[in-house]
Design a protein around this ligand. Structure first.
Ligand code: BGC
Length: 492
């Protein structure tokens, strides 16, 4: 495929550039609603579980299935999203995600029985899997290179915002125990999301992959505000598509360096979940009520955790490019390990009274702050940074799958394991997982701050030790192009 050379007569004027940026921001914002839906649908269960458990006569094991069936759906959905977003486009995958959210919301809020509730949660999960693969990809493909990192981080922030909103609405509706409303109200943002997905254009990169060059050019012109820029970018996209024609599996076979980054991506995502954040976000009211908090106090405290999560994620976005990934991740794993160990100790000591109440909340907030400054955002960022372009889709799909499967596993067995090893035992176990996460971060995680993805790729392919793949190349070894390759999966 060849593309016409840039037309020198089409000099970009500042007004159309501004308009282009505004369009890109609007379209990326519409896709960002997927993050909000993701957060709302995963966060809503914490406040609703107790009330629905009572009405549907769901014992601990059934409650575990109700919580975790969404993760199982999401794991499957994140793999299924690859062919769907390839054949139907990222926009199509987001639209289907919206429909799945709607079906899931209807089934869950009207569920007359546990199996229907679980089926509804699986639908929501597949939607989350579709959304979590296709929305960041769409955002990356529609926004300018210089804004891409920030927009994807903001997407993470929107997820935590969705969780917080769900917890807030749970808290308000908890007074009458209105669990069906807690779930049903999500139909409103879902419909807005579906409508939004019908208004955004297809991603230009996907259009180019389909050979729909003319349309790709039209969309690029709309979001870059200049014909010339659109033509240049389309040329780059086409060159890039040629470079990534080999399969990720072939690279996995031939490159030991890629095998290492592939494994590191999976480890980071597994340990993010083993850190235990979702145990708190999904089960905190249950845990707190066992510790003699009232139902309302328990739901409000969980909302506080949601707030801490969102605030610290915002702080991490500001710090990640200044402090770097390693210091944030190391600090985060240390805070998480210590706070959970102390929390276990507090439960073990059976301390009571208002001091114990304050200490419980403080430790849980500290853990959440610790998680959100590193263990939360860094695995997602790093998984897009360390994988070579040819294997990026495969590696990201597999590490995302590992994330959801581990999430499913731990939320599926949490209550049962707690009944065997005790509440303190489970928090010591989680503290141990965080300590292992520290060791992984210390010995294996590279510092990728300020490093172009092209440099990282060269080092991965040269099979350097993982810790060294993020060090900047010396000028003589550098490709000298000064170019960075895009920071997200590039093939549908
Ligand atoms: C994790 C989610 C978690 C969320 C909390 C994300 O990075 O992948 O499982 O619920 O952080 O903010």
């Amino acid at each position: 495929m060849t593309t016409a050379p840039p037309d020198p007569s089409c000099q970009p004027d500042p007004e159309s550039l501004r308009q282009g940026r505004q369009n890109a921001f609007l379209f990326a914002g519409a896709a960002g609603l997927a993050g909000l839906m993701f957060g709302l649908d995963t966060g809503v269960i914490a406040g609703a579980l107790k009330f629905m458990g009572a009405e549907l006569h769901a014992a601990d094991r059934a409650q575990e299935w109700i919580v975790s069936s969404l993760m199982l759906g999401a794991a499957g959905g994140s793999l299924l999203a690859i062919p769907v977003s390839k054949h139907r486009g990222r926009r199509g995958a987001m639209f289907y995600a919206g429909l799945l959210f709607l079906i899931g919301t209807a089934l869950c809020s009207l569920a007359p029985s546990i199996p229907v509730m679980i089926a509804g949660r699986v639908f929501l999960g597949i939607g989350v899997g579709f959304a979590s693969f296709s929305a960041p990809l769409y955002i990356a493909e529609i926004t300018e290179k210089s804004r891409r990192g920030k927009m994807i981080s903001i997407y993470q922030l929107v997820i935590t915002g969705g969780m917080l909103l769900a917890l807030l609405s749970d808290s308000l509706l908890s007074y009458g125990g209105h669990w069906r409303w807690m779930l049903g109200i999500l139909a409103v943002p879902t419909i807005i999301f579906i409508l939004a997905t019908t208004q955004v254009p297809y991603s230009p990169r996907w259009l180019a992959m389909q050979g729909r060059k003319h349309e790709a050019h039209g969309v690029l012109q709309k979001v870059r505000g200049s014909k010339q820029r659109a033509t240049e970018e389309l040329n780059r996209i086409e060159q890039n598509l040629k470079k990534t024609s080999g399969s990720g599996l072939a690279l996995l076979k031939s490159s030991p360096g890629f095998r290492k980054t592939f494994t590191l991506g999976i480890l980071l995502q597994m340990f993010q979940q083993l850190a235990g954040i979702n145990i708190l976000l999904y089960y905190a009211p249950h845990i707190l009520e066992n510790l003699h908090f009232s139902a309302q106090a328990a739901v409000w405290c969980t909302t506080l955790l949601g707030l801490a999560n969102m605030v610290a994620t915002g702080a991490a976005i500001l710090l990640i490019d200044r402090w770097g990934r390693r210091p944030l991740l190391l600090l985060s794993t240390i805070i998480a390990t210590i706070s959970l160990a102390l929390f276990g100790l507090l439960l073990f000591s059976h301390a009571g009274g208002s001091f114990a109440g304050v200490a419980i909340i403080t430790l849980l907030v500290v853990f959440t702050l610790g998680f959100a400054t590193g263990e939360g955002p860094i695995p997602w960022t790093m998984c897009t940074e360390i994988q070579p372009l040819q294997g990026r889709s495969l590696a990201i799909a597999c590490s995302t799958f590992a994330n959801w499967i581990t999430n499913w596993l731990i939320s599926n067995v949490f209550l049962s394991v707690m009944s065997v090893i005790g509440d303190y035992g489970i928090f010591w176990l989680l503290s141990g997982f965080n300590a292992v996460f520290f060791l992984i971060a210390y010995f294996l995680v590279p510092e990728t701050k300020g490093c172009s993805l092209e440099e990282i790729e060269q080092r991965v392919k040269a099979n350097l030790p993982l810790r060294e793949i993020g060090l900047p190349l010396s000028p003589s070894k550098s490709s000298g192009t000064g170019q960075t390759v895009p920071s997200t999966p590039q093939k549908g």
